[in-house]
Design a protein around this ligand. Sequence first.
Ligand SMILES: Cc1cc2nc3c(=O)[nH]c(=O)nc-3n(C[C@H](O)[C@H](O)[C@H](O)COP(=O)(O)OP(=O)(O)OC[C@H]3O[C@@H](n4cnc5c(N)ncnc54)[C@H](O)[C@@H]3O)c2cc1C
Length: 389
Amino acid sequence: MRRVETVIVGGGPAGAATACGLAYLGREVVLVERAHGPHHKVCGEFLSIETQSHLHRLGIKPAALGAVEIDRITVCFSTREITTVLPFQALSLSRYRLDDALLQRAVSLGAQIKRGVSVRSVRTAGDGWTVSCDDAETLHGRKLVLATGKWGLRGPSDARDSSLVGLKMHLRVPSDVRDALAGRVKLALLDRSYAGLQLVEDGIANLCLLLPRAVVSRVGRDWQATSDYLAAAAPKLAERLIGAKPLWNKAIAVVCPTRGHLHHEDEPAVYRVGDRLAHIPPFTGDGIAIALGSAALAVEFIREDRAATLYLAAARQLTGKAIRLASIVSDLAVTRAGSRLLLSAAAHAPELIRDIVQRTRLPSLSAITSGDGTVRTNPSEGASPAHDV
Ligand SMILES: Cc1cc2nc3c(=O)[nH]c(=O)nc-3n(C[C@H](O)[C@H](O)[C@H](O)COP(=O)(O)OP(=O)(O)OC[C@H]3O[C@@H](n4cnc5c(N)ncnc54)[C@H](O)[C@@H]3O)c2cc1C
């Protein structure tokens, strides 16, 4: 059995950023990721301003990876649409590039990464945790960070609610569509669901949908069926798909909870980061910021050897408000009456969309932690940014 200080399970943005932070501090860390190499993930691939500032702190430059700028949002419902300027300049970059860049950064900082290896089980043992991997290695970590994304080690059987399915397709679009999409994310409100379209690197467009499971079972995942469905359900969005060529045979898919939620307490507690800590409805496009923000917080607490229960309390404070509001807006947006109401209100006051985007962001880490990593009781006092890595 190999004994290490910290074992991280999962190498998405949350796990990789935790590995970067700990390795930068000179801590011994082993991260286990089941995928063999770079891979596509279901995601709108929208990088909010908070995500960008975390990436900057970690030494990742999205522009150098090909990210494109987004400064407007067009919300459409049926044949109506409203465009407004975002409250910040967002970026768009495929998860294929982003996630790999974060893992490579962790390696360059000294983290050990086991790629292509799944963790089968974890259990408490003595002063830490025993982590059994499917390559026959067993690790003993004094600290354990769970960063396995939406599902735990048992996969979707851990689901609280899995009524929605996220789908993603990358498309090669004609130049007039590319020009029309430049600088904007287009969000279509559908019946009980929504779809987003935006450019990512190399002139590729990313179409990401969140649909009820029953709709996906009926429509299927091949491109013709998906585009036919959108032509009927979201004609304004479908206009931008004319002449688009799918880069894969089928959309990739992931089962997804409908509402936001925060983790339930474990006994004994572990450092949960990213989606394993908290799920924010994808509508807001800030899940990666939660992944990176919770990772930075976990690094602070592990550095100070503070208990996972204290970390979880701080993490709840960091994410709770944005998740609650995002859940309310997302619940509203996915009903026919609610999306009509939202769009009518936004037609009279387009700043409403900006306001919603603004209010579903995370507070900065410095708003909730003191220099010693303790949780502030009064978030308005002073500030201490997480370390630059
Ligand atoms: C439809 C949709 C659209 C979204 N759009 C956006 C968006 O535009 N912008 C945004 O910021 N967020 C968006 N999100 C949210 C975002 O994708 C997630 O919040 C983010 O991926 C969370 O990162 P993570 O590291 O916690 O999890 P993940 O990225 O899911 O990473 C978890 C990793 O753990 C690995 N793993 C799992 N189990 C094991 C195991 N047993 N052993 C080893 N490895 C394991 C997996 O292979 C995976 O790489 C969207 C989500 C959905 C569903």
